[in-house]
Design a protein around this ligand. Structure first.
Ligand SMILES: Cc1ncc(COP(=O)(O)O)c(C=O)c1O
Length: 411
């Protein structure tokens, strides 16, 4: 097999195959367009990630950021491998619970937690709530009164306030939050969380942030940190080919900095928490579509296919890669347009692909992160999702039916 990746390659007849299953056979069986998920790939991504950190740090746990891809099969697979879940709403806590995560395996983040959300999180006995503002801390304190609390109250700190993000507390608000928690005796466990963004291309950014957090904690006389949650943001490596980095470099930088900074201050080492999203799921999915029309317009050639920006939205720093479903041996440049009646619905301009003909398949690689969550039914129903489990295809989401548009529920 002529491989693009360990799970994707062209078979002897030049047809793209996923975990040994030809995408042409999947389109014949399930129609076009469709999403394909490789369970094997997901499992190996998680094992590689968990191994990189566990080999360098003794107390470490992983909370998969379920907003990245909340398909129940994805969540269940990761849970079976030992992952916990990171949620940012009651809705996501509920999804996590239904996917098998116990309350104590869930951490609750996000800039908006309503009173109902906080009560729900307490009722579910979740592991931790990371407060995002002083107002939220006050509400958490109010709602915790009279409860035997099993949930740790953490703070999301912003180590880089100069970036003007809406997320997290700056250091002076955090000092006030610690005062509030201390005065209510709610700091028997100190948990600090941060999240620096997504597709972070430089592991040293984590080190710099951890050093800033430790300096702040020392300055605020907080000498015991039970849990340090450094968030997510690890890039999808096969796509970031401009850098020769791997997850080992990130694990190295984070674990070394935490150990050095805590030992230097003679503090006990905290439990380390990671909230990976994209790095676990990005390259586990592809979207396969069909070229329906090929046309010339002026000097341009266009292929119009059935995948568009409603199927694979270019959001959250997406880094898709487009390839042909068939090796034809000769290549040419073409514009690849989607089916939407909008001139901006262009998947790629002047891209070199195998000579495309009507009926050929095209593939958008690396759409396991965020895209399935953002896929909309703008003008077209949403495609089915097929999971390949040890070479066997299984439909895990059916193609959306047009009737849903008339439903009174969002479906
Ligand atoms: C708090 C938090 N943790 C983790 C993640 C996962 O980020 P990524 O997919 O970049 O790893 C996100 C994503 O936005 C987040 O907001």
């Amino acid at each position: 097999m002529n491989g693009i990746d360990s799970w994707i390659g062209y078979d002897s007849s030049g047809i793209l195959a996923v975990d040994g299953v030809s995408i042409r056979s999947l389109v014949n069986e399930f129609g076009s367009p469709l999403f394909i998920l490789s369970k094997n790939r997901l499992e190996s991504n998680y094992k590689e990630f968990a191994d990189a950190f566990s080999r360098r740090y003794s107390s470490v746990s992983f909370f998969y950021s379920i907003k990245t891809n909340a398909l129940p099969e994805v969540c269940k697979t990761l849970h079976n491998l030992g992952s916990c879940a990171e949620a940012v709403s009651s809705y996501e806590i509920c999804l996590a619970r239904k996917s098998g995560f116990q309350g104590k395996e869930i951490v609750f983040n996000g800039p908006l937690k309503t009173s109902d959300d906080i009560e729900y999180a307490f009722d579910e006995g979740i592991f931790a709530i990371n407060a995002d503002s002083l107002s939220e801390i006050n509400e958490i304190i109010r709602l915790s009164r009279g409860r035997a609390l099993s949930t740790t109250i953490g703070l999301r700190l912003d180590p880089f306030p100069e970036h003007n993000s809406k997320l997290g507390l700056d250091f002076s608000s955090a000092e006030e939050a610690f005062r509030q928690l201390r005065s209510r005796s709610l700091v028997d466990k100190v948990m600090i969380q941060m999240h620096l963004g997504t597709q972070i291309a430089d592991p040293n950014l984590f080190s710099e942030a951890i050093i800033r957090l430790c300096d702040f904690l020392e300055h605020s006389s907080v000498y015991t940190v039970d849990a340090l949650d450094v968030g997510g943001g690890f890039p999808s490596f096969p796509i970031l080919t401009s850098t020769p980095l791997s997850i080992q470099d990130y694990a190295d930088s984070i674990c070394r900095t935490v150990t050095t900074e805590f030992e230097k201050r003679k503090w006990d080492l905290p439990s380390l928490i990671l909230e990976p999203g994209r790095v676990l799921v990005s390259d586990t999915m592809m979207c396969v579509g069909t070229v329906h029309r090929v046309k010339s317009k002026g000097t341009d050639r266009w292929a119009i296919c059935d995948i568009g920006f409603h199927t694979v939205p270019m959001l959250m720093s997406a880094t898709y890669e487009i390839t042909s479903g068939l090796l034809r041996g000769s290549k040419s440049r073409i514009n690849l347009g989607g089916p939407l009646c909008a001139s901006s619905d262009v998947l790629a301009s002047s891209i070199e692909l195998e000579d495309l003909r009507e009926g050929d398949l095209v593939v958008v690689l690396n759409c396991g992160a965020y895209s399935v969550q953002f896929t909309s039914r703008f003008s077209f129903p949403r495609p089915p999702i097929i999971m390949i489990d040890n070479g066997k295809p299984k439909m895990i989401k059916t193609r959306e039916v047009s009737d849903l548009t008339f439903s009174t529920s969002w479906g």
